[in-house]
Design a protein around this ligand. Structure first.
Ligand SMILES: Cc1cc2nc3c(=O)[nH]c(=O)nc-3n(C[C@H](O)[C@H](O)[C@H](O)COP(=O)(O)OP(=O)(O)OC[C@H]3O[C@@H](n4cnc5c(N)ncnc54)[C@H](O)[C@@H]3O)c2cc1C
Length: 294
């Protein structure tokens, strides 16, 4: 903390993850830093290296379940790294913490096409890059042109062609931090793009549950749909405390209010075990579960 103070990077002690995750569960981070620029992000990672503090990088918290006991670690929250630049040639450069949905809407309003399928994906641009987030056959890596990544010591890492992106993941290692992402978009018709994103939003409202959740909790297995398999096994409505497998979409676990991380994790374990035993399919988690390190 002294080193962060000296570096001029804002931070809070014992900051609850439940305030920073869409699922609304998770105990405190011992120290949560809030760098406001790429330079402060780099400096925070350097401080981390100097102090040898274990750490994690937090985006919008929309793909996370954090343990109830919290983490005795430095958590680098990217929420204040949120500048977005839309250039005249359709190159859009967003800092890692920029909100993805707001970035998509801004691009569409400015008449740039290519990102609209991502309009319903909450969280940050940096989180979307690491997760290679996408929907309707689109993944963010399809339009990515550049990505600036700092390693866990604050050194700038290799150019973008060095990273591999795959279904809901990438080779960007945990502990590295995405400082910014550039995407290349095509000219489009702003009113039509506006209509397209409204329809995509409506489709999500129809197909996904309201309330606190972390999106799809399992990846789709090759050639299959995790939600359909879970539904066919009659697991909708499975409940632990205030956490429940959604009746609307079986691949969503919803916190109905006051759920604990342990409730959510119990459901994830139960569903995975039942699907393996009864459907013979090994489901892989899409959400990240952050537990204290052993
Ligand atoms: C209602 C709802 C709908 C969703 N729909 C979709 C969907 O259609 N498609 C889809 O792909 N996902 C979907 N998701 C999941 C989630 O929104 C995406 O995975 C999102 O891209 C995660 O971004 P985030 O900033 O919230 O990341 P976080 O949840 O904060 O973190 C996820 C991972 O990314 C890492 N990370 C985050 N930011 C950075 C950074 N700047 N640098 C380095 N590492 C970082 C974290 O360390 C962690 O490992 C949905 C979630 C919700 C709640």
């Amino acid at each position: 903390m002294a080193a962060l103070t000296e570096a001029g990077v804002p931070f809070r002690e014992n900051e609850p993850f439940s305030k920073h995750t869409s699922m609304g569960v998770g105990g405190p981070a011992a120290v949560m830093a809030f760098p406001r620029s790429a330079a402060e992000l780099k400096r925070t990672l350097e401080v981390r290296a100097e102090t040898k503090a274990p750490h994690r990088v937090l985006g919008g918290g929309s793909n996370l379940v954090v343990a109830d006991e919290g983490l005795d670690e430095l958590v680098i929250n990217t929420q204040d790294l949120d500048h977005v630049d839309v250039a005249d040639d359709g190159t859009v450069t967003a800092e890692g913490g920029a909100n993805l949905v707001r970035t998509v809407v801004r691009c569409c309003r400015a008449g740039w096409s290519g990102l609209q399928s991502a309009v319903g994906i909450p969280g940050s641009v940096g989180g979307a890059a690491v997760m290679n987030a996408g929907a309707y056959g689109f993944s963010i890596s399809d339009v990515m042109r550049e990505i600036v990544v700092f390693d866990e010591n604050g050194a700038r890492q290799q150019p973008p062609e060095g990273w591999r992106f795959h279904y809901r993941g990438s080779s960007i290692p945990e502990g590295s931090a995405v400082a910014s992402v550039s995407v290349a978009l095509q000219p489009g018709d702003a009113p039509k793009l506006g209509e397209e994103i409204r329809e995509l939003q409506m489709h999500r409202v129809r197909s996904q549950p309201p309330g606190r959740n972390a999106g799809c909790v399992f990846k789709n297995p090759p050639g299959g749909h995790a939600g359909r398999i879970i539904d066919e096994l009659g697991l909708k409505g499975t409940r632990r405390g205030a956490a429940v497998v959604s009746e609307k979409h079986a691949n969503f676990v919803v916190n109905e209010g006051g759920a604990r991380a342990s409730d959510v994790i119990e459901i994830l374990d139960l569903v995975r075990e039942r699907v393996a035993r009864e459907a013979g399919v090994e489901l892989e988690l899409e959400v990240k579960v952050w537990r204290p390190r052993a």
